[in-house]
Design a protein. Structure first.
Length: 148
């Protein structure tokens, strides 16, 4: 995400949203949501979308996604009991990998509290070798592409 200004990100730049309430256990000793929890939010919005689109079957699917890279930039603290909305878009779809771009918004806010990305390489479950993104999976990913 080095080619853009994270502070310029807005809701309109994202194609899919998931509401995520913070939990008491998310908060650290500094009374804000701990940095590692944001990666769980990223994982949740991505996998929820893929499962609801019918293109990811975590326990039985022939193709699964391996996380190979991730990054998060924190722009403002989030606390309990904030209600969050995770925005999701696709930055790039390749032959066997894609880059999800995520923004975490406080409910009703136009500016994100955090932005980041997550790269999946899709692999055959049995061989763990990369497999081409085809069919409904490719369609589901391409539906998340947004002109920014």
């Amino acid at each position: 995400m080095s080619k853009y200004d994270p502070n310029a990100e807005r809701r309109k730049h994202y194609a899919h949203f998931l509401t995520i309430p913070t939990q008491w256990r998310d908060v650290d000793m500094y009374q804000h949501v701990n940095n590692v929890v944001f990666y769980a939010y990223f994982d949740t919005v991505i996998n929820q979308y893929l499962i609801r689109q019918g293109v990811l079957q975590p326990e039985t699917g022939e193709v699964i996604g391996f996380a190979v890279e991730s990054k998060c930039q924190f722009l403002e603290p989030v606390v309990f009991p904030d209600i969050l909305e995770a925005g999701l878009r696709i930055g790039h779809v390749g032959n066997s990998s894609c880059r999800y771009e995520i923004a975490i918004f406080k409910q009703g806010s136009e500016k994100p509290s955090a932005v980041g990305y997550f790269v999946h390489v899709f692999v055959n479950r049995e061989t763990t070798r990369p497999t081409p993104i085809t069919g409904q999976l490719r369609v589901a990913l391409e539906n998340l592409m947004v002109d920014v």
